[in-house]
Design a binder for this molecule. Structure first.
Ligand code: ATP
Ligand code: MG
Length: 247
């Protein structure tokens, strides 16, 4: 069977900056693929390209065999590509439940049906206690989960998680790791993640893609990648010198 997602020689420039330089990789059904690399390496740009927030200059992005380059975000969402944002941005004047319903309205035929789907997702993520609270009052860990909830409520099959663990303490991130392991029970068939916290990457990833300066530096199993001298030099070495925990 063809991979769920295929990037083929994808190129994206912002002015003179080559943010994505001939990047190719696949995500198969059932896989959890993490993208790692230094700040500015082009990780978020890859998610923006896949989800249609920016458009590739050249190359192909195939989802279920269909070239999705040029599709708008609402169209990729409809196809089953869900994502979270590195900078979380719930609508602050809506409740947690209403924010999630913005996702579930994509497929629901009524307000009641959208509410039911939202409640299912909120229960799964342990946010049900917060459902009627304004999103603006949520602590960071819960705001991050709200992003995941909104994406799940759209019925995402491929879920792209951009630094959902950033800013969480170790206890909170361990709880989120446990939740993410159960995403498959919730209709998600593949996950793409971006994280700087290697403990999380090692715990969740079936494969790791390493980005550096817009290009793919390496790709492989988590164990192979963290022992790759090029990866240590470009990313992990400097990260550990800054006090990051070893994997
Ligand atoms: N819409 C845009 N317009 C212009 N430049 C952009 C745009 N989006 C990203 N860039 C630039 O592209 C490069 C890659 O950015 P990107 O956000 O993909 O990095 P990243 O790997 O996600 O970094 P971080 O780990 O800090 O989140 C950066 O130099 C960034 O400034
Ligand atoms: Mg980023």
């Amino acid at each position: 069977m063809a991979p769920l997602l295929q990037l083929k020689h994808v190129v994206k420039r912002f002015g003179g900056l080559l943010a994505t330089n001939d990047v190719s990789f696949d995500v198969e059904e059932g896989e959890v693929v993490f993208i790692i690399g230094p700040n500015g390496a082009g990780k978020t740009t890859l998610f923006n390209l896949i989800s249609g927030y920016v458009t590739a200059d050249s190359g192909e992005i195939l989802y279920q065999g269909q070239n999705i380059v040029g599709l708008k975000p609402y169209q990729t969402t409809r196809l089953g590509i869900g994502r979270t944002f590195q900078i979380v941005k719930p609508l602050p004047s809506l409740t947690v439940r209403e924010n999630v319903m913005l996702g579930s309205f994509l497929h629901a035929r009524s307000r009641a049906e959208a509410g039911k789907k939202a409640d299912e997702v909120l229960g799964f993520l342990g946010l049900d206690r917060r459902a009627d609270q304004l999103a603006s009052g949520l602590p960071l860990a819960q705001r991050k989960l709200l992003e995941v909830a909104r994406a799940l409520a759209t019925g995402a099959k491929l879920l792209l998680l951009d630094e959902v663990m950033a800013g969480l303490n170790p206890t909170e991130s361990a709880e989120v790791v446990t939740l993410l392991r159960k995403l498959k029970d919730f209709g998600v068939t593949a996950v793409g993640g971006v994280e700087h916290i290697m403990r999380v990457v090692m715990a969740l990833a079936s494969r790791v893609v390493v980005m550096d300066q817009g290009g793919k530096l390496a790709e492989g199993s988590p164990q192979a990648v963290v022992h790759d001298p090029r990866v240590v030099e470009a990313y992990l070495g400097s990260k550990y010198q800054k006090g990051g925990a070893p994997p």
